[in-house]
Design a protein around this ligand. Sequence first.
Ligand code: CU
Length: 88
Amino acid sequence: MHAIMSKSAPPEGKVAFAYMLKGGDAASNADPYAPRPPADGKWVHDGPRVMVMNAPTIMALYPHEPDRTQPYVMFPDTPYAHLMIPVK
Ligand SMILES: [Cu+2]
């Protein structure tokens, strides 16, 4: 989280696990720093989930489109890519 907030590189070789059980909203699934959705876009409303961060090799195995029903990659192709895994 420090890396994304400070726009620096995540610590090499350290995987992180996090959770957001109340869900949350994002302006973009592609741009970690988007202040709002693009003019033709919408907010991404994510439900409760756990997240695996800083594990780039597994990101290639999952889709990059937001989906509340299955795991997907948020911020793909950035140092902040992470797997979003919905929970119920
Ligand atoms: Cu996320």
